[in-house]
Design a protein around this ligand. Structure first.
Ligand SMILES: [Zn+2]
Length: 386
């Protein structure tokens, strides 16, 4: 084997070992050898390299099976920091995490819909603020992952955002030039799906749908553990699926789109009067007082969601659908209506196996998904190119 091949094999082995340490730490070298099938001297020399690279460290001693007590290995989650950012319609949410995705610092700013220039200036300020909170570490900031409510193509360019009307914005290059670290840009529903898959309600599912229900409706699709982005990155725009072919015109050009009926925006519009704007707090208050109009609106919200989710279930046959929406997360009754509607429209062989669950990470699902994508890319890179 020539040197290039030998190096390649070493890197593959390091990656394999790092994966085992990440999943099974604390773990001994002997156990690593047993789990990976690599011989003890290979494990020993590659673990030394990972230790020199500050990715792995030793702790105390484990249980002995007779002889000398083994030293155990841990993944060094403090070797660097990652940043996850969610650019919403009227807010920017940012988190700073360690290499296991634990949040070290978080900050959310309110931002009225603005030009891309204003939003980008504000989000750069937010990232700089997150960076000032970083503890010192061997790798420092390993990357920034940012998601946005809109179309992001396969080259990570923001093609279009339906609500703030951004068109062809190359945020990736701007952020790369400003911060000199790897930048990842993703659609918000995809990011949320990944967050729930790695850290949240969907941890134990291989096939899942994440529905982000806000001003519009977007879904993130995970098939066989992997995000499905479509050929050009635009999968999951199911808010624009027609549920009423004679319905009102949507901003997308279609008529009777699902999100015109079942988005959170539609729910609030149905409650609003000319002289009264309804906030989340008002809705909570009115629901507590059993206000009939509010209870009916919540019921309709669940009904319309159930109609569209039935189509989603028929299309993807997932193990679970995770619903990201503040109202659903705090009103069991809405989830109940959704479930009722779905089961009344589907044969039990389709609907009985699927779990309909509220998001467990709430507004942090997308930022955790992004930080996780950054960390995975870093670990992949650290063990394949160093
Ligand atoms: Zn539409």
């Amino acid at each position: 084997m020539d040197i290039a091949d030998q190096n390649f094999v070493k890197k593959i082995n390091q990656k394999l070992l790092l994966k085992e340490i990440l999943q099974h730490a604390p773990i001994s070298r002997a156990k690593l050898s047993e789990r990976t099938g690599l011989n003890k001297s290979t494990v020993s020399s590659q673990v030394s390299t990972l230790m020199k690279e500050h990715l792995v460290y030793e702790i105390g001693q484990g249980e002995s099976s007779g002889g000398r007590r083994p030293v155990l290995l841990m993944f060094n989650k403090r070797a660097g920091c990652s940043i996850g950012i969610d650019v919403g319609i009227d807010y920017v949410n940012g988190i700073l995490t360690d290499l296991e995705g634990s949040i070290l610092y978080e900050e959310q700013i309110k931002l009225p819909p603005s030009s891309p220039e204003v939003t980008i200036r504000k989000l750069i300020e937010l990232i700089k603020q997150l960076i000032t909170q970083m503890p010192s570490s061997p790798y420092g900031l390993i990357g920034i992952g940012l998601c946005i409510h809109g179309l992001v193509d396969a080259g990570e360019q923001i093609v279009f955002t339906p609500h703030s009307k951004w068109k062809n914005v190359d945020l990736k290059t701007t952020l790369q030039e400003t911060f000199q670290v790897p930048i990842f840009i993703e659609n918000e529903a995809n990011a949320g799906a990944y967050g729930e898959k790695i850290f949240g309600a969907a941890k134990h599912y291989d096939h899942l749908i994440y529905a982000s229900i806000g001003t519009g409706i977007g879904i993130g699709i995970i098939i066989n553990h992997h995000l499905y982005r479509g050929a050009y990155g635009f999968s999951g725009e199911m808010g624009h699926m027609t549920i009423d072919f004679n319905g009102p015109t949507c901003s997308c050009g279609n008529r009777g789109c699902w999100e015109l009926y079942a988005s959170e925006k539609a729910l609030f519009q149905s409650l609003q009067t000319d002289d009264q704007h309804i906030s989340h707090q008002d809705l909570e208050q009115l629901a507590k007082l059993n206000d009939m109009k509010t209870l009916n609106a919540l019921r309709n919200f669940g009904f319309y969601l159930g109609v569209g989710l039935t189509n989603v279930l028929h299309t993807f046959n997932p193990q679970a659908i995770i619903l990201r929406n503040k109202v659903i997360e705090s009103h069991q009754a809405v989830l109940h209506v959704i479930k009722e509607e779905v089961s009344s429209r589907m044969d039990t062989q389709f609907s009985s196996h699927v779990e309909l669950l509220p998001s467990s990470l709430g507004h942090n699902a997308p930022v955790l998904g992004m930080t996780s994508l950054v960390i995975e890319a870093f670990l992949q890179d650290a063990t394949l190119t160093t």
